[in-house]
Design a protein around this ligand. Structure first.
Ligand code: G3H
Ligand code: 13P
Ligand code: NA
Ligand code: ZN
Length: 328
C-alpha cells in the first residue's frame, strides 16, 4: 500500500534527512527511481504533474504505481500530485488513489497569475479539510517560484507565473508562512527562495544573492514543525549538458541548484526536494549518445534502457546526498 507524505516526512525530520521527490510520466522513469531506491534502501516519493496525467493518462499512471508497490513491497512509497491547480484537481487525485496532493494556491487556476494571500488560504484549507478526512497529506505553496536575477518564472509553458515578479513575491516571508500554516493546516510547505522550474535557473553558478538558502533558515525558525519543500531543485549536471551538446542537442549555458546547497537546506528543515529536469536531461543525454554511437540500432528498448540507467544513477546520487539512503 502507499504511505502518506506526512508519515514519510515525519520520519525524515526525526532522522534529519531529506527526500527527493521525482516527477514521473512513464514506465522507464518509475523503474529507474524504484531500482535506485532499492539499491540504496530509500523511501520513495513519486509525483505526477498535470502534464504527466495528460501524457500517460490517469489509469496508466495509477497502474504503473501499483506495479511499483507490488514489485517493491519492502519500500515505503508515496504517490503525490504535483502542483494542483484547484481543489477539484486535488479531489480527483484523491479519488484516483494518490496518498498526497499539492494545492498550489500561490497561482490562480490558470497557473500563470500570482494569486492573493486570501485566495491561497481559502483553496488550500479547503483541500486540507478534504484530504485529511481520508488520510491524504497536503502540500501548500507560499511565494512564487522565479529567478531573483530576472524576476521571471523560467518555465515557458508549464507551471510558473507569467511576466516579471518583484522581490517580495519571489521570497517567502517567514511571518506570513507561520500565519499560512496555522490558517490552512498543511503538512508541508513549498517556499520560494530563488529557484525556478526547468533547465534555465541561473546564468552563473548561484551565490547567496540569487539562491536564498538563508531564507530557509529564517522560515524554519518560525515554523519548526512544518516540513519545508524546495521546488525547482534540479542541479542541472554539466556532464549531461556536455553529452547532449556533443550528440547534436542544443542547450544554452545554464546552472542549477548545487547539491551542497540543497544539503544546507536539509540541515534547516527542508524535507522534500522536487526534481524533474535532472531526470529529463540524463535520459535525453543517454538516448542521444546511444543513437549517435549505434546508428544501426532500431530497437527502442536499447535507447530506453540507456535512458533508464542514466536516470537511475541520478536518483541514486540524490538519495545518497540527501541522506534518505538506508532509511526505507
Ligand atoms: O512543476 C513542474 C514539473 O517539472 C512538471 O513539469 O508540467 O512538464 O510535467 P510538466
Ligand atoms: P526542476 O525543474 O528543477 O526539476 O523542478 C521540478 C519541480 O519543482 C516539480 O514540482
Ligand atoms: Na509538489
Ligand atoms: Zn514545482
Amino acid at each position: 500500500a502507499l504511505i502518506s507524505l506526512r508519515q514519510l516526512l515525519d520520519h525524515a525530520a526525526e532522522h534529519d534527512y531529506g527526500l527527493p521527490a521525482f516527477n514521473v510520466n512513464n514506465l522507464e522513469q518509475i523503474q529507474a527511481i524504484m531500482q535506485a531506491a532499492d539499491a540504496c534502501d530509500s523511501p520513495v516519493i513519486l509525483q505526477a504533474s498535470a502534464g504527466a496525467r495528460k501524457y500517460a493518462g490517469e489509469a496508466f499512471l495509477r497502474r504503473l504505481v501499483e506495479a511499483a508497490v507490488e514489485s517493491y513491497p519492502h519500500l515505503p512509497i508515496c504517490m503525490h500530485q504535483d502542483h494542483g491547480a484547484s481543489p477539484a484537481v486535488c479531489q480527483a487525485s484523491i479519488r484516483s488513489g494518490f496518498s498526497s496532493v499539492m494545492m498550489d494556491g500561490s497561482l490562480r487556476e490558470d497557473m500563470k497569475t500570482p494569486a492573493s494571500y486570501d485566495y491561497n488560504v481559502k483553496v488550500t484549507s479547503k483541500v486540507a479539510e478534504m484530504a485529511h478526512a481520508v488520510g491524504v497529506s497536503v502540500e501548500g505553496e507560499l511565494g512564487c517560484l522565479g529567478s531573483l536575477e530576472t524576476g521571471e518564472a523560467g518555465e515557458e509553458d508549464g507551471v510558473g507565473a507569467a511576466g516579471v515578479l518583484d522581490h517580495s513575491q519571489l521570497l517567502t516571508d517567514p511571518g506570513q508562512a507561520a500565519e499560512f500554516v496555522a490558517a490552512t493546516g498543511v503538512d508541508a510547505l513549498a517556499i520560494a527562495i530563488g529557484t525556478s522550474h526547468g533547465a534555465y535557473k541561473f546564468t552563473r553558478p548561484p551565490t547567496g544573492e540569487i539562491l536564498a538558502i538563508d531564507r530557509v533558515k529564517a522560515i524554519h525558525a518560525r515554523i519548526p514543525n512544518t516540513h519545508l519543500v524546495m521546488h525547482g531543485s534540479s542541479s542541472v549536471p554539466q556532464e549531461w549538458l556536455t553529452v547532449i551538446r556533443e550528440f547534436g542537442g542544443r542547450i544554452k549555458e545554464t546552472y542549477g541548484v548545487p547539491v551542497e546547497e540543497i544539503r544546507l537546506g536539509i540541515r534547516h528543515g527542508v524535507r522534500k526536494v522536487n526534481i524533474d529536469t535532472d531526470i529529463r536531461l540524463a535520459m535525453t543525454g543517454a538516448m542521444r549518445q546511444k543513437m549517435g554511437q549505434k546508428p544501426d540500432e532500431f530497437d527502442p528498448r536499447a535507447f530506453l534502457k540507456a535512458a533508464t540507467s542514466a536516470a537511475r544513477d541520478v536518483c541514486r546520487l540524490r538519495f545518497e546526498a540527501f541522506g534518505s539512503a538506508g532509511h526505507a
